[in-house]
Design a protein around this ligand. Structure first.
Ligand SMILES: Cc1ncc(COP(=O)(O)O)c(C=O)c1O
Length: 386
């Protein structure tokens, strides 16, 4: 079945109790039993809730996965996945990744005896060199956040020692544009807060897999730790996901136009977008993805402080954390999303104080380009003043 059809119908059966066409918000923490232990499959909403189950079926279908688990945030989903590891295990991690993921790994999980090696995973030889006898997990983000580098998912999967798992944070691409499980990954995870939810009104996460043993561990920890979405957030995410395909097409169309516009400006130093023929991994992007997504990063000519000035002058691009909503957002990664990474480490990875990241929304493209042009023109004197 087509992606759009699955987005609208998977898990979305009419309500068995009332016939309601749209899955209801089952705003209940508990379920009445007819006799001790006699339930209709639902006993307590941390463990199971019908609205969440509908979302889990829908998201599993979008990733062509057998199993889906929904979480209260992307970070809760990540934490559940890391429970596949035990003290003494080692993980290889993309060095350009979401700052909160880095914080969880480097500040929390190391205290539990896990070790992490951060590698430029776009270099498969570097990945191979980092493998240790106790390597149990490979954490891939592709395209990476915020530098939009690509990692060859199938290439990493081919290097995986037996018993290890390859996880792909598929948040930036969305399941519409990239299918990690088909490329050999064991797990796809999402911050559904972003493109899947799509309207910046609910925080959530998801874990999708075809491996029943992995699913069992993730499900066990979903209940044992309890990072589950409330029914209303599950419902909002499910409603948003129904229009993922049509939104992604518009995000991508606008992002391509924004990237071309930025390239055309002499006062823009560098543009990062996998859809540009000049992107060093454009060929991999064409092979691995079904489109190039809605995120564009760039640096300006002039001092790095010009980025901060630029951020004061956009009117439609709101200066805000997050991405993937219908509205356009602008972010200064060094001070915002990636502020939890120490400055020297950040700079080593290329996340300079001059870098800006756009989540290109689905507004009219002429308005978005006018907005960016206005902010560039307002700060152009700085470009000449290096
Ligand atoms: C790529 C990526 N992964 C994971 C997360 C964490 O998700 P959440 O904020 O829903 O916990 C984010 C959040 O920005 C992200 O951008």
């Amino acid at each position: 079945m087509d992606f759009s059809t699955r987005a609208i119908h998977a898990g979305q059966d009419a309500d068995p109790a009332t016939g309601a066409t749209i899955v209801p918000v089952y705003q209940t923490s508990t379920y009445t039993q007819t006799a001790v232990g006699e339930t209709k499959g639902y006993d307590y909403s941390r463990t199971v809730n019908p609205t969440r189950v509908a979302l889990e079926k829908q998201l599993a279908s979008l990733e062509d996965a057998v199993y889906g688990s929904a979480f209260s945030s992307g970070m809760a989903a990540t934490a559940a996945i890391l429970n596949l590891l035990s003290a003494g295990d080692h993980a290889i991690v993309t060095d350009d990744l979401y700052g909160g993921t880095y914080r969880l790994f480097s500040k929390v999980l190391v205290r539990y005896g896990l070790t992490f090696t951060y590698v430029d995973m776009s270099d498969l030889a570097a990945v191979s060199a980092a493998i240790q006898p106790n390597t149990k997990l490979f954490w891939i983000e592709t395209p990476t956040n915020p530098l939009l580098k690509l990692i060859d998912i199938a290439g990493v999967a081919a290097l995986k020692p037996s018993g290890a798992v390859v996880v792909v944070d598929n948040t930036f691409a969305s399941p519409y544009l990239q299918s990690p499980l088909a490329l050999g990954a064991d797990v796809a995870m999402h911050s559904t807060t972003k493109y899947i939810g799509g309207h910046s009104d609910a925080v959530g996460g998801a874990v999708l897999t075809n491996d029943s043993a992995i699913h069992e561990v993730v499900k066990f920890h979903q209940n044992a730790i309890g990072g589950v979405p409330g029914p209303m957030d599950a419902w909002l995410t499910m409603r948003g996901a129904k229009t993922l395909a049509i939104r992604m097409r518009e995000h991508e169309k606008n992002a391509r136009a924004v990237a071309d516009f930025l390239v055309s400006r002499d006062d823009v130093a560098r543009v990062y977008y996998p859809g540009l023929a000049s992107h060093p991994q454009h060929e991999l992007a064409k092979r691995q993805m079904r489109g190039f997504g809605g995120m564009v990063s760039f640096t300006l000519r002039g001092p790095e402080s010009r980025a901060l000035e630029f951020a004061k002058h956009t009117k439609l691009f709101s200066l805000a954390e997050s991405l993937g909503g219908v509205e356009s957002l602008l972010c200064h990664p060094a001070r915002m999303t990636h502020g939890s990474i120490p400055k020297d480490e950040r700079e080593r990875r290329g996340i300079t104080d001059g870098l800006l990241r756009l989540s290109v929304g689905i507004e009219g493209i002429d308005d978005l380009i006018d907005d960016l042009a206005g902010a560039l023109d307002a700060t152009i004197a700085l470009a000449r003043n290096v």
